[in-house]
Design a binder for this molecule. Structure first.
Ligand code: LLP
Length: 420
């Protein structure tokens, strides 16, 4: 295979995911459709997990990046835990067979009912993001008579040098508790009857390609752990969050997971903590793609549009972050042309690619929007009353639908026509 990403590439003129010709998937399932590779998931999980091999650790997959329970089940079988941000994500993780003692729960706005649910499931720890949240959690834990294990999400104030919308570890962001304040919050937590501080957490951002900010953050947070231990707090877990980036351009190379490990592991070894990591995109991003059919080709003076049947509601990263996704025809073309690939939604921002060199296609050809496994389907919506696409999982020569295409029925489910 002429690989574009592991397990995704051309055989002769046709695009394959593992041993499956994706044109056959488009024929059978229709488009738009997300297609994931089981082998790619396992490749990326192992690349990440083995980089931390010599230190006791838990790779807690960030469910928000790709939430399908079939995918979570695959990862559960590989030994993954889950990083969650809502009761819904905990529900998914538990249903997919991820043991609750491998689930961490972050988020700046946890509701009381979500706390109750998480406590009743017996999750590993809450990553607490404010003083008020800590007090509320203490009350909820008392109400249900179950101690809440926590880490404080510390905002280490380091610049992850990534897109501003996905930077989270700066003082100006809404996430976590300021570094200077965290010690005091731990002291309060220590006094609370229904709270048990067991860990420390940080997450500095996403799609990070320069791993040095992880060293800076780990070093700051490790100092805090030492200060807390001096006060008798038993900080057992060091949760370094997610954020390791991927290459969206096939010709670029992302940092190896082992270089991330080099930034964090020395601190964790010195502290003798258990390490938790929360990778999302690194595992799911290049494990999936989105198939879409060219509905119409509009060629006018100096400009060509490929109007495709996927849209910003199906995959919103290009519209929302101006993100680059490599796009290739599923059948290789002889010549290339420069085009805009656009969706049918009534928004100017419904664009997948602008002035992009793509193989010269015609109406009815199928394109693959690559690197769509992370924050692709999981961010999809029904905007413009479009049904969300199906998700398909490839394994060797087989492929199976792991989420059906929605129907008109799903669009209006729960809605009521009432008169007052
Ligand atoms: N842990 C926490 C606490 C997080 O907030 C996130 C992502 C992760 C882990 C996983 O980060 P990853 O390893 O995937 O970078 N929708 C955006 C990304 C938002 C990330 C939000 N938090 C995108 O499509 O680029």
């Amino acid at each position: 295979m002429e690989e574009i990403f592991p397990f995704i590439g051309y055989r002769g003129r046709r695009l394959f995911v593992e041993d499956v010709d994706v044109q056959a998937v488009a024929k059978k399932i229709g488009t738009p459709a997300y297609v994931y590779s089981k082998a790619a998931f396992s490749y990326w999980f192992n690349e990440f997990d083995s980089a931390f091999g010599d230190v006791g650790h838990l790779t807690a997959f960030a469910v928000k990046s790709c939430s399908n329970i079939a995918i979570l089940k695959l990862l559960a079988e590989m030994g993954a835990g889950a990083d969650t941000v809502s009761a819904g994500e905990i529900f998914r993780a538990v249903n997919a067979g991820i043991p609750s003692e491998k689930i961490v729960f972050a988020g700046v706005g946890k509701r009381r009912d979500e706390m109750e649910y998480a406590l009743s499931c017996g999750i590993l720890m809450f990553n607490v993001e404010s003083r008020q949240e800590l007090e509320t959690l203490n009350r909820v834990a008392e109400k249900i008579g179950k101690k809440a294990k926590i880490a404080v999400r510390v905002n280490p104030d380091v610049d992850p040098k990534t897109h501003p919308y996905i930077s989270t570890g700066l003082r100006t962001s809404k996430f976590g508790i300021d570094y200077d304040e965290a010690f005091d919050v731990y002291m309060k937590a220590k006094e609370m009857r229904w709270i048990e501080p067991v860990g420390i957490h940080f997450h500095i951002g996403s799609q990070i390609l320069d791993v040095s900010p992880f060293k800076e953050a780990s070093s700051k947070v490790a100092d805090l752990v030492k200060a807390l231990r001096d006060k008798g707090l038993d900080i057992e877990y060091f949760d370094a969050g997610g954020g390791l980036g991927i290459n969206y351009h096939p010709e670029e190379k992302p940092p190896a997971a082992s270089s991330l490990a080099e930034m964090i592991v020395p601190f964790v070894k010195e502290l003798d903590c258990k390490l938790i990591l929360e990778p999302g995109r690194r595992i799911s991003g290049n494990s999936g793609l989105l198939l879409t059919e060219i509905l119409y080709v509009k060629r006018k003076e100096g400009k060509t549009f490929y109007i495709v049947d996927a849209a910003m509601n199906d995959c919103m990263r290009p519209s929302l972050y101006d993100a680059y996704h490599h796009i290739v025809p599923v059948e290789k073309k002889e010549t290339v042309e420069i085009v805009d690939v656009v969706g049918p939604v009534c928004e100017t921002g419904d664009i997948f690619a602008k002035d992009r060199r793509v193989g010269r296609c015609e109406q009815g050809d199928i394109l693959a929007i690559l690197s769509a496994g992370a924050y692709g389907f999981s961010m999809a919506s029904n905007y413009n009353s479009r049904v969300r696409p199906p998700e398909v999982l490839v394994s060797n020569r087989d492929f199976k639908v792991i989420r059906e295409r929605e129907t008109f029925g799903s669009l209006i489910e729960g809605e009521k026509i009432l008169w007052l």
